[in-house]
Design a binder for this molecule. Structure first.
Ligand code: FAD
Length: 312
């Protein structure tokens, strides 16, 4: 099967999630090709694709891709798939992929599969439904499989040789959408989606103050995550939310502080290596997925944990 991976990048490097999407793609067919589109500054992105299983990088540079808007990208990628006869397109589940891949599937007149967590063979895929409480096994007989994969469910790929890079002519239709402004919060902390350690706060953090959570995260070099409860209470920003309808994470260590463990939250973090839960309610469902559970008030537990870490 000839497989194309859509690369998400920050203008310099592909994301960790894209690297794992490459791993997923290689279970459909090897080697795979990767398409990188962006403004002129994105030329160096190809250098971050020295990954096992990658054969060729299509590099498509042009001002119309600088803002990564879905319309021109969908037009160019679907044309590439048709011209080269690819039988599958794979991307990591992300905000960008949610916008882009349905457009590509529509342009190719195929149904797409989203949030795939396992690939059994070239036609059989597994994806969670009903908030992750049911796993659906699906057979897809479309001539081109268009799928997003939950990156945390696939291994990091091995390093490989630098692949061949081929320039791809940019499209000319920029589409009707323009990026006017972008609002984001700058942070020195690791990226939530790929951090090795995540310290996540829930509504219960209101009792102790967000500074306490931040101090713990700083001590551990961790990213900060949040439940929807914490976001709705104005304790943590929206982009920190973890869960079914937000970011899906699988760090080596996930500390859930004052989070009840609703299924919507758990389905976004249950693949983490070690889960530590701190909650004053011994019946809180978060303890069902926790490897280590501490029934305690955050007002005592977080300062004690920080002191212990300082002394370690
Ligand atoms: P709560 O449920 O209010 O829990 C707070 C916890 O803190 C309690 O267990 C309490 O015992 C504990 N606590 C309080 N004070 C202290 C203290 N001093 N010390 C120790 N423990 C304390 N949620 C997500 O997180 N992510 C999602 O993506 C998401 N998507 C959703 C999608 C839909 C369609 C719907 C309907 C809901 C979604 N939710 C999501 C919301 C989810 O159902 C829960 O409401 C939310 O996760 C609860 O957040 P919480 O655990 O912080 O708050």
């Amino acid at each position: 099967m000839s497989v194309l991976v859509f690369a998400e990048h920050d203008g310099a490097r592909v994301t960790e999630a894209t690297r794992r999407a490459i791993s997923a793609a290689t279970t459909l067919g090897t080697p795979v090709d990767v398409v990188v589109a962006g403004g002129e500054e994105a030329a160096s992105v190809a250098e971050s694709l020295a990954v096992a299983g990658v054969n060729r990088v299509w590099l498509c540079l042009g001002a119309i891709y600088a803002d990564q808007l879905a319309e021109p990208l969908a037009e160019r990628v679907s044309r590439l798939i048709q011209d080269e006869g690819y039988q599958a397109l794979v991307a990591a589940t992300s905000t960008q992929a949610r916008d882009l891949l349905p457009r590509i599937a529509a342009a190719l007149d195929v149904q797409m599969l989203s949030d795939v967590i396992a690939i059994e063979d070239t036609e059989t895929f597994v994806r969670p439904i009903h908030g992750g409480s049911v796993l659906a096994r699906l057979r897809c007989r479309e001539p081109v499989k268009v799928l997003t994969v939950r990156a945390t469910r696939f291994e990091r790929p091995e390093a490989g040789d630098l692949p061949a890079v081929e320039r791809l002519e940019a499209g000319t239709e920029s589409g009707p959408t323009r990026l006017l402004e972008e609002h984001g919060s700058a942070s020195d902390r690791p990226d939530l989606a790929s951090a090795r350690v995540v310290v996540a706060g829930g509504r219960g953090v209101a009792d102790v103050g967000i500074e306490e959570l931040e101090a713990l995260a700083d001590q551990l070099g961790a990213a900060i995550g949040a439940s929807r409860g914490a976001v709705e209470a104005g304790l943590l920003p929206n982009e920190a939310q973890v869960g079914l309808t937000a970011k899906v994470v699988a760090p080596e260590l996930y500390i859930a502080a004052g989070i009840s463990g609703a299924i919507y939250h758990v389905s976004g973090m249950k693949d983490s290596g070690v889960i530590v839960a701190i909650n004053k309610d011994p019946e809180a469902p978060i303890f069902e997925v926790a490897d280590y559970g501490l029934v305690a008030d955050l007002r005592e537990a977080l300062p004690a944990l920080r002191t212990a870490l300082e002394q370690a």
